[in-house]
Design a binder for this molecule. Sequence first.
Ligand code: FAD
Length: 466
Amino acid sequence: MEYSTDTVIIGAGITGLTTAFYLNQNDQNFLVVDNRDYPGGVMHTQKCGDFVYETGPNTGVLGSLEAVKLFEQLHGEKSLTADYALEKASTAAKKRFIIKGGKPNIMPMGVGKGITTKLFTFKDKLRLLGEPFRKRGTNPNETLAQFVVRRMGQSFLDYAINPFISGVYAGDPGMLVTKYAFPKLYNLEQNYGSLIGGSMKIGKVRKKEKEQNPDLKKVTRETFSADDGLSNLAYGIYNRVGEDKFILSAQRAVVTKTESGFEISFIKKGERSTIKCRRVVNTAGAYAFADLFPFVDDEDKKVISALKYSSVVECALGFEKWQGTPLDGFGCLVPQKENRKILGVLYMSTLFKNRAPKDGALLAVFMGGMRHLDYLDLSDTEIKKIVAEELSQIYKIKEFEPEMFKIMRHHNAIPQYQADTEQRINAIEKIEKQFPGLIIGGNMIGGIGMSDRIKQGVQLAEKAKI
Ligand SMILES: Cc1cc2nc3c(=O)[nH]c(=O)nc-3n(C[C@H](O)[C@H](O)[C@H](O)COP(=O)(O)OP(=O)(O)OC[C@H]3O[C@@H](n4cnc5c(N)ncnc54)[C@H](O)[C@@H]3O)c2cc1C
């Protein structure tokens, strides 16, 4: 097959889907190429009996206006199992737990609760009072661990930031660089000299911004999914854009530079096809870059390919009847100091409707990450044994017999923005200048959460418009 179009988007994950959505709205000519046989990338929902579980991300945060607007425009769109609707998590989501001494402790939200919690030492609580008066950091490559210990103290690192980083990045705060992994936090200190003082000042700025632009009131940081799971979000976009714009199951894609633009060749159902186009928008991860774009200078490819990704083992567990301690919250996170073998557990059936039978439970359990890179090689039996031991202890379950136990192994799960990030950003800028029409996105830059991905998808569509 030979195709010709203006723009080819590589990747039909949430980033590529968002780009496709906005190119489509602007009546642009484009095709989306992906090697999976379904749209959504790592975002994928499965059903097993009465359980509806995610095989990748479980929840997003309504943290960008771009995400809010996309969901508004999709509302009612035909999705996989129903008409698409955003589902916000139940109010229980506000309660989150951190394991300390083997038991779940409520994670304090706000300074007041931070003072009374048992998670932090008395000394660090006292130190927190001095946080607004501490000096600004001067090292742009300071790690998150160094940053937190300097401003707040070791116990805040151990029992707040370390488990949080496991939950978000499956990462290690000793390796992530604050400036790139948490730019908002870095800027708070740089711009206001203090996290506490800066948050209060930013709060006032945001209030004013919301008065001027009421749409911003919808950016709430609430937790979301879609009715019946995140695949419905993917299919909501896919159906709106139109099936004919997608070439799925496209294997071994390679882009070559031509005089008038680019040519993408790939194999589908044993046959080689090519697409001639003027622009290519890449949304595949850094791990795929060198094979996709062989014409890019070796040195630049090396910088991009050097991005480290954590690997994650994700388990979806379904219980027809839950007999452990109550699952009355978002979930629990496990600090490294606790020396346990899991990273955390999400209480999916507490957060969202119709994920498990009444009186039952659906849990998402995470293992591995940068803490235990070798866990990806564990056998199913070993993984099941670890999960059974850990959950039985934490939730006081006498007979651990889930009716559903699914195991998903994710290589290249979450990018870790470390000290080489600036070099990568520079390489991307250089490549885009050197090869006009090649637009580079994907989770190698711009944030890892779904809201960040949607925001980038909008920006990529803007760049790709004629
Ligand atoms: C296990 C896991 C849990 C997560 N949990 C959360 C969470 O709870 N909340 C949250 O906000 N974020 C979470 N994330 C992160 C978030 O899901 C991702 O950042 C986001 O979904 C990535 O979207 P994307 O479109 O950028 O990439 P992807 O979803 O990876 O899409 C890229 C697509 O490109 C395709 N592709 C790659 N190489 C090629 C090639 N050579 N040819 C053709 N196609 C190619 C891939 O198959 C894929 O379909 C999680 C991620 C993982 C892996």
